[in-house]
Write a protein that binds this ligand. Structure first.
Ligand code: SAH
Length: 357
């Protein structure tokens, strides 16, 4: 039975499900979930990420990691953790750049957190000595941590609420008269909503899973010390709007069209992630755009150096960098946030923000 048919059967039996539960099933169903079955990343796949666009992205993050390691006192051993490493491009670029400081590479124990078995195989082919974990809860805390997660928060489901007659109702996936999947609203208003007000029809999202990731990473950092760098498309200030999106071969579809076959994402809610971390007692950095972050890390100088060495590739390299930092491409939609402990740990290219709570 297809995932779509199983979802319909479950809804017929148990009633409509929340958008978050629908996303979980579509992404991680063990048999037919998107990430369980199809590692469709890259130009021929469904979506392309920053490390796949340009090697400079991973190299700059690699140098960022080296600097954090030095600021932590150059520990003899630390866990270099990547959450959701995709096809393994980012971690291999990080390690290649890290070779400028050989002790950094020697000290690094590579840990990859990846629920998808097909993606684990691709990552092992690139970084054979990496250990795999299925869940961030299992990240070891015996030595300091440097954690990277690019485009992972957006895979973590959100619940959605819609304002109707001065009350928030949860958006759910149910069945229409002919038994097809359809979005609807809970009859009873929800008592679980932060903004007391809102305009009729407004949509508000909350991602308990993104908050839980922030909580777990914060607890790990508090025990082990270190930093977690989170990069994703998302908001840098609280706001409303429906950000649920289905992508297949670089095109947008209705999220109910093909459960398990299309990638489903929501925006990273960086203000909630930062607030959760601060409540848990770790430092949250300012939330800045990918463009500002990469420029502070010297992307322009790196582009010039690479272009001078490879004049025939100069135009291609410059176009790649443009995609990473231009406002009309990834530069402004993508944001960067770092969680760190001890709270006064200096971070390259990022200031600490003031606690909000
Ligand atoms: N970071 C990579 C890939 C991003 S795609 C890059 O920048 O190219 C999202 C990645 O997150 C995939 O590896 C996916 O399998 C993983 N992922 C999906 N859900 C996850 C979860 N709940 N916990 C950890 N990783 C997850």
């Amino acid at each position: 039975m297809s995932l779509k048919d199983r979802l319909k059967r479950d809804i017929a039996q148990d009633g409509p499900m929340t958008v978050a539960d629908y996303m979980w099933r579509c992404l991680l169903d063990p048999k037919d979930g998107y990430y369980s079955t199809r590692p469709a990343l890259g130009a021929d796949g469904d979506f392309i990420t920053a490390p796949m666009i340009s090697q400079i992205f991973g190299e700059l993050i690699g140098l960022w990691c080296v600097q954090v390691w030095q600021d932590l006192g150059s520990p003899e051993r630390f866990h270099l953790v990547e959450i959701g490493p995709g096809d393994g491009t980012l971690i291999s670029d990080i390690l290649r750049a890290g070779r400028v400081v050989p002790d950094f590479v020697t000290a690094a124990n590579i840990v990859l957190v990846e629920p998808s078995l097909p993606l684990r195989a691709m990552q092992s082919a690139r970084v054979p000595h990496a250990a795999h974990l299925g869940d961030i809860a299992d990240i070891p805390v015996d030595v300091p941590l440097i954690i990277i997660a690019n485009e992972v928060l957006d895979c973590l489901p959100a619940r959605q609420f819609i304002r109707r007659e001065s009350k928030w109702h949860e958006r759910r996936v149910g069945l229409d008269d002919s038994g097809e999947l359809i979005f609807g609203l809970s009859d009873a208003p929800s008592d679980f909503m932060p903004p007391p007000n809102g305009e009729e029809g407004q949509i508000y999202e909350i991602s308990p899973a993104q908050r839980l990731m922030a909580q777990i990473l914060s607890d790990k950092l508090k025990t082990a010390t270190g930093a977690a760098l989170l990069i994703d498309y998302g908001r840098d200030a609280p706001g409303s709007g429906d950000t649920l999106q289905a992508l297949y071969r670089h095109q947008k579809f209705d999220p109910l069209d093909a459960p398990g076959e299309h990638d489903l994402t929501v925006w990273a809610d960086f203000p909630s992630v930062a607030a959760t971390a601060q409540r848990a007692g770790v430092a949250a950095s300012e939330i800045i755009t990918q463009s500002v972050f990469l420029q502070r890390l010297g992307i322009v100088a790196r582009l010039e150096a690479l272009s001078a060495k490879n004049p025939d590739r100069a135009e291609v390299l410059s176009r790649q960098v443009e995609r990473l930092i231009a406002p009309e491409h990834m530069g402004e939609l993508f944001k960067v946030l770092c969680l760190s402990f001890p709270k006064d740990l200096t971070l390259p290219a990022l200031e600490h923000s003031k606690p909000t709570a």
